[in-house]
Design a protein around this ligand. Structure first.
Ligand code: ADP
Ligand code: AMP
Length: 217
């Protein structure tokens, strides 16, 4: 299956992607995680991306599209993938369609995680991620690690993302509404969008998403 996850920052895309990718046996591809891995390794791509990310802006398409395509080219993505945080504007959605067309592939679904803005703000304020692997995501209240400040999955140190501070979050939400939301209509025109109410327990949301994909119990 080839699936795109959309939704505002803090909607729970990364959290859901981890479970969905496991259930569907496809890789979870998060452009945010790829950028953070580049930042922690100090690559030129990471250096370039960091200034945009810290300001709450999108990293330019000239950098992002190539990085996402390179990841989709890897062997583990040959039979499908779950995209999280890509595409994030119309240019990227068109580039993804062009890429899939070149490969003779299509998307199966676009899952739109719907969460009210006040909840998103609470989720982001308490989010803590792992220094070793930013796809390991926790929340100080809603999804606590067994030991405070320590990643359950790998023992890494948990920290608050620079761009999860209040001022930057406001900017990221603006960018979501102006640049990312239009892709939902773009995919509605292709009849691919399934809206998933994303309030409630993590496992309940996963169940709704699996059901929407025709893989529910
Ligand atoms: P996104 O990838 O969309 O930015 P995350 O998956 O990182 O969002 O989730 C944002 C925060 O909300 C994290 O701290 C996560 O633990 C928490 N979270 C995710 N899903 C839920 C949920 N269903 N209920 C409460 N908190 C959640
Ligand atoms: P995320 O981890 O998905 O919340 O993304 C964190 C930040 O990485 C975003 O605020 C952007 O600055 C950058 N980013 C992630 N994915 C993309 C993308 N597809 N296009 C542009 N910037 C992105």
């Amino acid at each position: 299956m080839r699936i795109v996850l959309v939704g505002p920052p803090g909607a729970g895309k990364g959290t859901q992607a981890a479970y969905l990718a496991k259930n569907l046996a496809i890789p979870h591809i998060s452009t945010g995680d790829l950028f953070r891995a580049n930042i922690s390794q100090g690559t030129p791509l990471g250096v370039e991306a960091k200034s945009y990310m810290d300001a709450g802006n999108l990293v330019p398409d000239s950098v992002t599209i190539g990085m996402a395509e390179d990841r989709m080219e890897q062997a583990d993505a040959a039979d499908g993938f779950l995209l999280d945080g890509f595409p994030r504007n119309l240019g990227q959605a068109e580039a993804l369609d062009a890429y899939l067309e070149r490969k003779g592939l299509t998307l199966d679904a676009v899952l739109d995680l719907e969460v009210p803005e006040d909840e998103v703000v609470k989720r982001i304020a308490g989010r803590r991620i792992c220094r070793k692997d930013s796809s390991h995501v926790f929340h100080v209240e809603y999804n606590k690690p067994a030991a405070e400040g320590v990643c359950d999955a790998c023992g890494g140190e948990l920290y608050q993302r620079e761009d999860d501070r209040e001022e930057t979050v406001r900017k990221r939400l603006e960018v979501y509404h102006s640049e990312t939301e239009p892709i939902i209509d773009y995919y509605k025109a292709q009849d691919l969008v399934v809206t998933i109410p994303a309030l409630g327990k993590v496992a309940e949301v996963t169940q709704r998403a699996m059901h929407a994909l025709g893989r529910g119990e």
